[in-house]
Design a protein around this ligand. Structure first.
Ligand code: FAD
Length: 357
């Protein structure tokens, strides 16, 4: 058992894109920091994406602060493996002090400091940035009969390739991007039923991550200037029509069924009693922020979020939250969007340390 405790001015929890962006700005400000990451290798959640996953945006719109993402030869929208390569190179280039695999178990108040408890010793810090993402907390809705179904059930995070389901009767649940992309992936070689709670809302074919980022930025500006909320990207639709989704949709392979009311032994059952037998159900039903390590601080607010002003936790000024979703800054869960909140968090922490807080 390792019990020693080390010190740093700032501990960043999570070494995915958000943690690295934080590291970039902490380094620029000359702060003493470490990044603790539970993964054995660089790349955060991108290491675990399904085989066909492509970014929503071209490389030029997918860069962290500093070094731009290089173009992937032959691909307008880079693949997940390309992002892993980029993040690996990024942390090397900026000599970011990432310790892995190190899992943070809890963050505790310790007088003027915060104590970060890990599976390999502790860290004392004057400030903490939590950047642990959402991939690690898959959400499954409480649907009756889920335990009765004898077929295979998996969440987005466990899906890899249509090869694993060839010829099978597969139910894909969920009308977001993961659901649409996985349904498109399975549309050719399986007997697919795509189920969504409300009719899927495809964004116009010419809207990709670039336009989404511009809309999110315009929304931020409108809110900053006290103008009416444009509702940002939510007003446009839910699903980016990336090329594979568009192709499957245009080939008429992406028909949707309404949400079912229960599962039974053999498959799903709709409200009118109609059934669809199935070999597998894939739950593309989203994620929640991975925040259990912050539970000792007692900061949890509505919907599992921690209330913040910008990135700073309202109930604990030494703690910042980065990534996760728009609640920690516009587009902060994206490569291109996380740079600005990362910079703001690093600056606020530098000011806090200078004031002796
Ligand atoms: P992660 O990448 O999840 O990194 C968090 C890290 O923290 C991980 O390494 C994790 O192991 C570690 N960690 C977690 N808990 C602990 C702990 N207790 N202790 C220590 N370490 C811990 N984003 C884009 O920018 N552009 C896109 O085009 C895009 N397309 C997407 C398409 C789909 C279909 C999906 C599902 C997502 C897409 N995303 C896109 C989103 C992107 O995948 C995530 O938002 C991104 O990975 C979040 O980065 P992060 O650094 O916040 O979290």
């Amino acid at each position: 058992l390792v019990t020693h405790t080390r010190s740093a001015q700032v501990v960043v929890i999570g070494g995915g894109q958000a943690g690295l962006a934080a590291g970039y700005h902490l380094r620029r400000l000359g702060l003493d920091f470490v990044i603790l990451d539970a993964q054995a290798e660089p790349g955060g959640a991108w290491q675990h994406a399904w085989d066909s996953l492509h970014l929503f945006s071209p490389a030029a719109y997918s860069s962290l602060p500093g070094r731009p993402m290089p173009v992937q030869t032959g691909e307008t929208y880079p693949e997940a493996g390309h992002v892993v390569g980029y993040l690996t190179e990024y942390e090397r280039r900026y000599e970011l002090p990432v310790h892995r695999p190190v899992r943070v178990l809890g963050v505790h108040r310790d007088g003027a400091l915060l104590h970060v408890e890990t599976d390999s010793g502790g860290w004392r810090a004057q400030a903490v940035i939590s950047a642990t993402g959402t991939w690690w907390r898959p959400f499954l809705p409480a649907v009756p009969g889920r335990a009765e179904f004898v077929g295979r059930q998996l969440h987005t995070v466990e899906y890899r390739s249509p090869r694993d389901f060839a010829g099978q009767r597969v139910i894909v649940v969920g009308g977001g991007n993961s659901g649409a992309q996985i349904a498109a992936d399975l549309a050719y070689d399986t007997e697919l039923t795509w189920v969504t709670q409300r009719p899927p809302r495809f964004l116009a074919d010419d809207i990709d991550g670039r336009a989404l980022f511009d809309v999110a930025t315009a929304r931020r500006r409108a809110l900053d200037e006290g103008r009416t909320d444009t509702e940002g990207v939510m007003s446009l639709g839910d699903i980016v029509a990336v090329p594979p989704v568009r192709e499957a949709r245009d080939a008429g392979l992406l028909k949707v069924s309404p949400m079912f009311v229960r599962l039974d032994r053999d498959g799903i059952v709709w409200a009118d009693g109609t059934r669809a037998p199935a070999d597998a159900v894939i739950w593309c039903t989203g994620f929640r922020p991975a925040l259990s390590h912050l539970a000792p601080l007692g900061l949890r607010g509505p919907r599992g979020h921690i209330p913040t002003a910008g990135t700073r936790a309202l109930g604990e000024p030494r703690l910042h939250l980065l990534g996760y979703g728009d609640w920690t800054g516009p587009a902060s869960a994206t490569l291109i969007g996380v740079g600005r909140p990362a910079r703001d968090a690093a600056r606020e922490i530098a000011e806090l340390l200078m004031s002796g807080g």
